[in-house]
Design a protein around this ligand. Structure first.
Ligand SMILES: Nc1ncnc2c1ncn2[C@@H]1O[C@H](COP(=O)(O)OP(=O)(O)O)[C@@H](O)[C@H]1O
Ligand SMILES: [Mg+2]
Length: 310
């Protein structure tokens, strides 16, 4: 194993009956980096995490986490990782402080250390002022911060977070990401799953899993540059829906997606189309406010890849 790699996955595979949930997955995550594991629902993200946490045995293949073998040393892995699952077990009848206290005493036998860590993590997730609030009454964003606090009381060197930002509001998502950066700056390796594409841009490396297979892996910049064969144009125009309908039918446009109040078009070459499309839409009674070629976002790339139906 390469010393710099905290996580190494080799041909990791999991079958449930006939279903191949994770299909010969290969990837590495370096110490102290934030690895974003992206993919739609059912792609195999949680199953991969469960195997890497030593909870679920692979059907074949394997890897190592923190120097421990996924197949042979799952107990060793549990000592060095934290795992915030999709349904993290908070006790709704306990307060924030009592929840953290519970987990710190579960993991740490030294009472003084347990108390110190409780105070450290409660500060880190910025919940000190609310420590006596009952977990049942917390909003989604606060619950996730509490779950995060509970999953790091034992100072793991590698933290697996399974959709930590799912279903929480944009401000809470940002706050949670600030905390994740804080952890990464303390040399904790983060393995984060999400289906929010814009969160991909925040990671050092990302992997995109699709039907159990890793179909893209690299830095966000490299993925944007290398994986997009076509070009992207953006159009702001009125009425948007009518333009969407027209452009969907246009022979030179490969795909159209609505992004807020703009359309993103996938085309082979954008430059020659700027003038022509503007004329075309105006001829159909559409007011074009803006039309230009843009760099693809990670979302553009993955939408394009998903449409190829690999
Ligand atoms: N314990 C299980 N038994 C049978 N099928 C499962 C089990 N766990 C997951 N699956 C299936 O494996 C696939 C991948 O699931 P999962 O890893 O949870 O995806 P994701 O986390 O990306 O949404 C899905 O089709 C899911 O239904
Ligand atoms: Mg999942």
């Amino acid at each position: 194993m390469n010393e710099d790699n905290t996580i190494e996955v080799v041909d990791l595979t999991k079958k449930f009956g006939d279903l191949v949930a994770v299909d010969h997955l290969n990837l590495t995550v370096k110490k102290g980096e934030i690895f974003g594991f992206l993919g739609p629902n059912g792609a195999g993200k949680s199953t991969t995490i469960r195997m890497l946490c030593g909870i679920l045995a692979p059907t074949s293949g394997g890897g190592s986490v923190g120097g421990y073998d996924v197949v042979k040393e799952p107990e060793g892995i549990k000592k060095v990782i934290g795992y915030m699952s999709q349904q993290f077990g908070l006790y709704s009848d306990l307060t924030i402080e009592e929840n953290i206290d519970f987990y710190s005493r579960l993991y740490l036998t030294d009472r003084k250390e347990a108390r110190n860590m409780r105070e450290e993590v409660i500060r880190l997730v910025e919940l000190e002022r609310y420590r006596h609030f009952q977990a049942a009454h917390l909003s989604g964003g606060w619950k996730q911060r509490l779950a995060l606090a509970c999953s790091i009381v034992h100072k793991p060197s590698i933290l697996f977070l399974d959709e930590p930002t799912a279903g929480i509001d944009p401000v809470s998502r940002r706050t949670l990401w600030d905390i994740l950066y804080d952890l990464a700056s303390k040399e904790i390796t983060l393995f984060v799953t999400t289906h929010y594409m814009e969160e991909a841009e925040r990671c050092n490396h990302i992997g995109f899993i699709w039907k159990g297979k890793l179909v893209a892996y690299g830095t966000p910049t490299a993925i944007r540059k290398d994986l997009m064969e076509n070009e992207i144009m953006t159009i702001r125009c009125r009425p948007l829906q009518a333009a969407f309908g027209l452009l969907k039918q246009h022979p030179q446009i490969l795909d159209v997606n609505i992004y807020g109040d703009e359309l993103h078009l996938v085309v082979e070459k954008a430059d020659p189309l700027i003038h022509a499309l503007s004329e075309y839409l105006q001829g159909k009674g559409i007011t074009v406010d803006k039309i230009e070629k843009i760099e693809p976002s990670i979302e553009d790339v993955f939408v394009a890849m998903s449409r190829e139906d690999k």
